[in-house]
Design a protein around this ligand. Structure first.
Ligand code: FAD
Ligand code: FO1
Length: 448
């Protein structure tokens, strides 16, 4: 049932007696989750119970209460939905390398399953846990439609090289999900065994100066409703509307995709079957499948994905050549953060992000490219863009963000363009270009 190419063994221990534990990280949902289905399947095969654990790590990549609040409410629903399936859920707090091994001993686990995440921090957690356990440890790619480790075995330079591989393999992987089989309530959990979510929320050591947002509800039930709303109202016309920042032409699915409340495969499955115009379906699937999976490929095969060192040689060369070009404007991280530049369009995009937690996709390109233009070096530009993106975006701290910022500032997955000041041959974008493309005044008025 689970495609073998989704499964990646992290050690060579043979299965031992004991329960199956799914250490949930990136794919924070019960249904449509290949890692959950694999853990359940292994439990059925060995006649053992399965249970789920999530390790709450304070200070994850600079996340604030905006992201942790969203995530914790989504996890509360995970616990509720698992309860209905007779599958226990436990929330641990601390560094995974410290708390997971002890937990596995306590519950006498015989197999540990986790989901796939190409970010360095998650790979580090995986290594630390792996070094401290003596039971089989298996990673399942529950995030990508085509498993990242096998759709390509190398760093892809552009969408077109990955697209060919995606098109060839898609039919094999874009299959439907089976429902998660309930298990007879193992340990009928004592009510006070349930997670004290309010206490967890209050006790969490996290920056609370970035307010939570209320335009989107976390969790897999709300995500599924959000998908239906997009399919019914915004997929038609997506091909043209998605690049008009003053319109709500995008799906607004990224926060749920980032936290795994929604499976990309579910989205692709429903989009393929929708009656919307073919151009919009194709444009959307290109973003959802090729662009998104290209980001995972970028982070898996290029550990320097968040630095200038991760740029292609041609890009590093051209930016070096223009390293000391005069900058007409220069802003400090605080001025950027307060949307205090000379550019009213850039300021509006920054405010959209700080207020709503989600900047329009088209504006993210302009936003990041101007940071390159108004800082003293590409190194400073990367640091400022990643800091602001991951502090304010609900969908931040994601491979899509590191790939998107590297695209904008370092031409990753792009080609060389005509050479100019500061940018060298990195694609340039400017205010005049925006005026030609959309109603700048309208967009600015929406984000005063
Ligand atoms: P839609 O247009 O509805 O697209 C649907 C889905 O397709 C998205 O949720 C996403 O999973 C995928 N997708 C769309 N565009 C891209 C893209 N360019 N690259 C990769 N996947 C894509 N995306 C994030 O998830 N987190 C980030 O932190 C992030 N930072 C970015 C920073 C910059 C500088 C740039 C240029 C892009 C960034 N993106 C990021 C990619 C993209 O802008 C967002 O995924 C998209 O705007 C999310 O909104 P949506 O779900 O409504 O998009
Ligand atoms: N993953 C965890 O396993 N534990 C956490 O405490 C955690 C916090 C967190 C906060 C913000 C955020 O955007 C992501 C967070 N993640 C956490 C990771 C997330 O679920 C994904 O694994 C990564 O963002 C990779 O996409």
């Amino acid at each position: 049932m689970i495609h073998p190419q989704r499964i990646h063994s992290l050690n060579t221990f043979r299965p031992a007696e004991g329960c199956v534990v799914y250490w949930m990280q990136r794919d924070q949902r019960v249904e449509d989750n290949w890692a959950m289905l694999y853990a359940r399947e292994q439990a059925l095969e060995t006649g053992q119970p399965v249970q789920v654990v999530f390790c709450l790590v304070p200070g994850f990549l600079g996340a604030t209460i905006r992201q942790y609040g969203f995530m914790l409410r989504g996890l509360q629903e995970v616990e509720r939905l698992l309860e209905r399936k007779g599958i226990p859920f436990s929330l641990l707090t601390g560094q995974p390398g410290t708390v997971i091994p002890g937990y596995l001993l306590e519950v006498k686990a015989g197999l540990l399953v986790t989901d796939f995440n190409p970010l360095k921090i998650s790979m580090q957690w995986q290594r630390e846990v792996s070094a401290a356990i003596h039971i089989p440890f298996v990673e399942v790619d529950a995030h990508n439609i085509l498993p990242c480790r096998t759709v390509s075995d190398k760093l892809e330079y552009a969408a077109f090289t990955l697209r060919k591989k995606v098109e060839r393999q898609l039919p094999e992987f874009l299959t439907d999900f089976p429902l998660l089989m309930p298990q007879s309530a193992q340990v009928s959990r004592h009510p006070d065994m349930k997670t004290a979510w309010d206490d967890v929320y209050r006790a969490l050591k996290v920056d609370r100066s970035v307010p939570e947002v209320d335009w989107i509800t976390p969790g897999e039930t709300a995500a599924s409703a959000g998908l239906s709303d997009f399919l019914a109202n915004r997929l038609e016309g997506y091909a043209t509307d998605r690049n008009i920042p003053e319109k709500r032409g995008q799906s607004d699915l990224s926060p749920w995709l980032h936290f795994g409340h929604l499976s990309a495969r579910r989205v692709a499955w429903e989009v393929q079957r929708s009656k919307a115009d073919a151009g919009s379906k194709m444009a959307f699937l290109e973003e959802l499948i090729v662009r998104r999976e290209l980001s995972d490929n970028f982070c898996l095969h290029n550990p320097q994905y968040d630095t200038v060192a991760g740029f292609q040689p041609w890009a590093r060369g051209t930016l070096d050549k223009h390293h000391s070009d005069a900058r007409e404007f220069h802003y400090t991280p605080e001025q950027f953060e307060q949307a205090a530049t000379h550019d009213d369009l850039w300021n509006a995009a920054q405010r959209e992000m700080t207020v709503t937690g989600k900047m329009h996709g088209f504006m993210r390109m302009y936003w990041a490219k101007k940071i390159l233009e108004w800082t003293v070096s590409p190194e400073e530009a990367m640091a400022v863009a990643i800091y602001l993106n991951d502090r304010y975006q609900l969908d931040g701290r994601d491979p899509n963000g590191y790939a998107g910022i590297a695209w904008a500032i370092g031409g990753t997955h792009d080609r060389p363009w005509g050479e100019r000041e500061i940018f060298g041959m990195i694609r340039y974008m400017n205010y005049k270009g925006c005026l030609r493309k959309f109603d700048v005044r309208k967009y600015i008025s929406l984000h005063e």
